[in-house]
Design a protein around this ligand. Sequence first.
Ligand code: PGA
Length: 235
Amino acid sequence: MKKYVIANWKSNKTFSEVAYWLNNFPSNEENRRPLDSLEIILAPPYPFLSLAKEIIDKRHLPIKLAVQDLSPFGSGSYTGEVAAFNLQDLNIEYAILGHSERRRFLAETSQLVADKVNEALNWKIKPILCLDKAYFVEQARFLKNEVLAQCLLAYEPVASIGSGQAEEAGNLLAIRKELQVNYNSKTLIYGGSVNADNVVSFLKVCDGVLLGGTSLDLADFLDLLFAASQGLLVD
Ligand code: PGA
């Protein structure tokens, strides 16, 4: 089973920076250190999705695309919203939903996030649902266990995001058990200050990592990917 490495660029990067990053990412042919053990997922800002798709396709890059948010509605009169319907033909396989920054700065409620999760699944887009331990019960309240079982659950302690203070990897074992028992979850992702030095410790106890800061600079991101794939080989 591949381990997930999810790069969330948030509201960073311009068109030319996106092109530079993707044009310099080693293709399968160029890469002497294969990354076959990893499912690499990139969530750029919305305006750059089609650019990203074009370069990924042209260069045969081993990268899948995700969106950072999704409308809870279908196509129609919802000014400013991007519906799953609009994303057809762009090969969007994943959607990061309920990130704590959206819950905090955009007042996303658990009901709204649940509607987005259901809409993503209707369109065969896999939700990467972000949760924080202190709020598991509230954040999962509007989602059925059958639905939660189809999500990648991303445990993201707010205090660890962007702070350099990652959670202790050992704590994830209890969290994984709690999510399995209560919500029938199958896949646990960890996010919060993951870098090349600590990534292997997380991949040993969960199914993948969600990165913000470490995904922005291509050299840092490649260091993390190589550390992760080496660490998995050693196991
Ligand atoms: P960070 O962000 O890697 O910069 O801590 C993680 C996240 O927001 O998912």
